[in-house]
Design a protein around this ligand. Structure first.
Ligand SMILES: NC(=O)c1ccc[n+]([C@@H]2O[C@H](COP(=O)([O-])OP(=O)(O)OC[C@H]3O[C@@H](n4cnc5c(N)ncnc54)[C@H](OP(=O)(O)O)[C@@H]3O)[C@@H](O)[C@H]2O)c1
Length: 300
């Protein structure tokens, strides 16, 4: 089990967090700011971002907040913001691919991709590839991709990746979270093969009380799911606890590329190294997904 006192001050380090205004992204920002880091908080809604920033500023921390508007449902916007980041900041230590959506009704990204595949997987892959040259200039830099316990049940539907023939919102969520692990591991293999200074790690929060579940209930108007979450509530841990695995992956000095951190008892508890989904260990599948995804983001 990881002890939080193993995580030292983060002065001078720059972290970029997607979905930083809410839930795990917010708690991760808070933890890092309290330890002196500069945190680039990327939020799709600047009003929500400003609100989160004002709340954070009430604490007397030594770090620095930079707030940026970033809509992961639009690959063109990602490209623009990545350019801005490369010009504005002289270095980047850690990218935390945290933002996510869970099981909405069928909707599409700006480029017409199924929204969970687009936001949870494709957008983070694209953002990472845009920022990788900057990350690779820094020693011990990291990419941390946030997945979920559903990675273990997820399946890549190769014949219908985006649910065009049949959309199952939960299967699509699980697929996107398995894709996160496949992407994170394949990125790590590629980085290792070229002796890069950057490594790629994974994290999952277990069950954490954030806006993820209420937003899903609202989008689907599902009273059954609302009741199910109420019944499950005692199993959920706080967002602060849920953020610890990704904080660990991002900052623990001894953490290594390819590792995944998750709660000690899988759904709750302090972080420990946990296993990557067995389906993500097959390199041929990882390369297949990488190549398909690369084609979809190539012409942006
Ligand atoms: N909470 C859990 O129990 C749990 C379990 C397993 C995995 N996870 C994973 O943890 C990560 C963080 O989720 P959370 O629980 O902290 O949920 P959350 O409170 O809903 O936060 C999700 C964040 O992602 C942002 N986001 C959604 N769509 C976006 C888009 N198109 N562009 C940019 N940002 C976007 C949200 O922005 P808005 O506020 O504007 O909507 C929000 O800031 C997700 O990847 C999720 O899959 C969570």
């Amino acid at each position: 089990m990881v002890r939080l006192n193993e995580i030292k001050k983060q002065d001078g380090k720059v972290f970029l967090i997607t979905g930083a205004n809410s839930g795990l992204g917010y708690e991760t920002s808070k933890f890092l700011l309290e330890r002196g880091a500069t945190v680039i908080m990327c939020c799709r809604d600047l009003l929500k971002g400003d609100k989160a920033k004002s709340k954070l500023l009430k604490d007397n921390f030594s770090g620095k907040i930079e707030l940026l508007e970033l809509d992961l449902a639009d690959l063109k916007n990602i490209k623009k913001i990545a350019e801005f980041i490369k010009n504005k900041f002289n270095h980047l230590d850690v990218l935390i691919n945290n933002a996510g959506i869970m099981a909405p009704p069928k909707t599409f990204s700006k480029q017409g991709f199924e929204i969970q595949f687009a936001v949870n997987h494709l957008a983070h892959m694209f953002l990472t590839l845009q920022l990788l040259p900057m990350l690779e200039e820094k020693n011990n830099s990291r990419v941390v991709t946030v997945t979920s316990g559903v990675q273990y049940f997820g399946k890549i539907n190769w014949d219908d990746l985006q649910g065009n023939l049949k959309y199952d919102r939960w299967a699509s969520y699980a697929q996107s979270k398995l894709a996160n692990v496949m992407f994170g591991l394949e990125l790590n293999s590629k980085l290792k093969a070229r002796n890069s200074k950057t490594s790629s790690l994974l994290a999952h929060p277990g069950f954490a009380r954030t806006n993820l579940q209420p937003k899903s209930v609202e989008a689907n108007q599902s009273w059954q799911e609302e009741i199910a979450y109420k019944l499950m509530d005692p199993m959920f841990q706080s967002a602060k606890m849920g953020a610890l695995p990704q904080i660990t992956a991002a900052t623990l000095p001894k953490a290594k590329g390819g590792e995944q951190y998750g709660p000690r008892f899988n759904f709750r508890g302090f972080p420990k190294i946990c296993r990557n989904a067995p389906k993500a260990l097959n390199q041929n599948s990882r390369i297949k997904l990488w190549e398909i995804s690369e084609k979809l983001i190539r012409d942006i």
